[in-house]
Ligand binder design. Structure first.
Ligand code: NZQ
Ligand code: ZN
Length: 385
């Protein structure tokens, strides 16, 4: 096992009715800004529950954070928050609202020239306004990590940042808040969480059986519970299991001491930036080709994954790997997530554009062995056509 440092200070309040507890988590004299998305929380009672919990407190709001949150929108929130002297932000929504809020709290305290530098130049965040979250969409794990992905609409760029200052102080995970999710978002969530695990697991063995088995446990649970949630989004137990899987998939626990890949995410972000394809769908497009392209160097883990997660234990190594690939693709497709670029009307031009961007940006050494270069990205995307 590799050396590691593990730090995760996020307090989780899980289960039915937990929104009522937020008052205990936010300082009584705080000037609170509630951030949210396009309005789902106003239709499903979550907004009302939050407002009730904060009755008598100083509360203002900023709505309209879009999926794949935009810098331009978030900067409006920053100026509102500064003029209102906000000292605590509460994000209520999915990954986009939470990621957007991480950027808002960092940008509020940013002392450099332009907060975009946090994303484009990776200027380190050295302080941030404290924030908490009420999660309404299990998918990204953003509720229990310090990462954030932000889009600049003007330039169609999508970049990530993270810092020890952008961990939520607390996150409320009430599965009932997710009962109103449309099927598309549930499918996205299952595939996003599943891919988060694979990016930290399908690398090469370093004799870390606990991390492996924890990763496999999340994959198997997602495989079992995901379809149940799609069948009935109001199945509390299934939603609770799915929600906890998604959080555990990207809160740092399974990453410790093992190599991680993340090339699928890195490439996928370009497809969202250029074409607005849902994040999870970009992963379903890139991952199968990337696994095939890197088959030799991922062989041992692919065989282990096939056997332990999909029960593939017969045939030659090549046959088992192929069966494992097929099982993974079939799982995505069974959730109504297509896995080819052509399914999204994306072709060769986009591949050329991504290659150009990566060359300009000097992208190199992606993947767990730092051996994926721009020409490899081109080939991987070509396999996904
Ligand atoms: O905006 P509203 O009206 O709230 O509607 C949202 C949105 O349209 C809706 N929704 C959320 N909760 C709902 C609901 N609709 C009905 N009932 C509910 N309970 O769902 C739509 C999508 O929401 P969004 O937040 O965009 O989805 P998701 O949670 O999948 O987040 C995706 C974003 O997270 C980033 C992605 O790149 C993307 O920008 N990621 C963040 C990560 C992180 N911070 O660690 C890691 C991920 O790999 C990912 O990159
Ligand atoms: Zn993801």
């Amino acid at each position: 096992m590799n050396n590691f440092t593990f730090y995760n200070p996020v307090k989780i309040l899980f289960g039915k009715g937990q929104i009522a507890a937020i008052a205990n988590e936010i300082p009584e004299d705080a000037r609170v800004l509630i951030t949210y998305g396009g309005g789902s929380i106003k239709k499903n009672g979550v907004y009302e529950q939050v407002m009730n919990a904060l009755k008598g407190r100083s509360v203002t709001e900023f709505g309209g954070i879009e999926p794949n949150p935009q810098y331009e929108t978030l900067m409006k929130a920053v100026s509102q928050a500064k003029s209102e002297q906000i000292d605590f932000v509460l994000a209520v929504g999915g990954g986009s609202v939470i990621d957007g809020t991480k950027f808002i709290v960092a940008a509020m305290e940013f002392e450099g020239e332009e907060p975009w530098d946090i994303l484009s130049k990776k200027t380190p965040v050295t302080k941030a306004v404290p924030f908490g979250t009420v999660l309404t969409l299990p998918a990204t794990g953003s509720e229990m990590n310090s990462g954030s992905v932000i889009t600049r609409a003007e330039t169609k760029e999508k970049f990530s940042f993270g810092s020890p200052y952008t961990f939520p102080k607390f996150s409320i995970l009430d599965p009932e808040t997710a009962f109103t999710l449309p099927q598309r978002q549930i499918s996205n969530g299952v595939v996003d969480a599943f891919t988060h695990v694979l990016e930290q697991y399908l690398t090469y063995p370093v004799n870390a059986p606990l991390q492996d088995r924890m990763a496999e446990a999340i994959l198997i649970t997602l495989k079992e519970e995901g379809p149940k949630v799609i069948q009935n989004p109001q199945d509390y137990d299934a939603m609770a299991n799915f929600m906890w899987c998604a959080t555990m998939a990207l809160n740092g626990v399974i990453r410790v001491g093992v190599p991680t890949d993340w090339a699928t995410h890195y490439i996928g972000h370009e497809l969202t930036a250029l074409h607005g394809i849902d994040h999870a769908r970009t992963l379903a497009i890139v991952l199968p080709s990337l696994l095939r392209y890197k088959l030799e160097s991922k062989k041992e883990k692919l065989l282990q994954y096939g056997e332990r997660v999909w029960g593939v234990d017969a045939g030659t190594e090549d046959e088992r790997i192929e069966a494992t690939m097929q099982a993974t693709i079939a799982f995505f497709e069974s959730l109504d997530i297509k896995t080819k670029l052509r399914d999204y009307e994306v072709g060769q031009d986009t591949i050329k554009e991504i290659v150009k961007r990566f060359e300009e940006r000097g992208v190199k050494n992606l993947g767990e062995r730092a051996d994926i270069q721009v020409q490899d990205v081109e080939q991987i995307l070509t396999m996904s056509l």
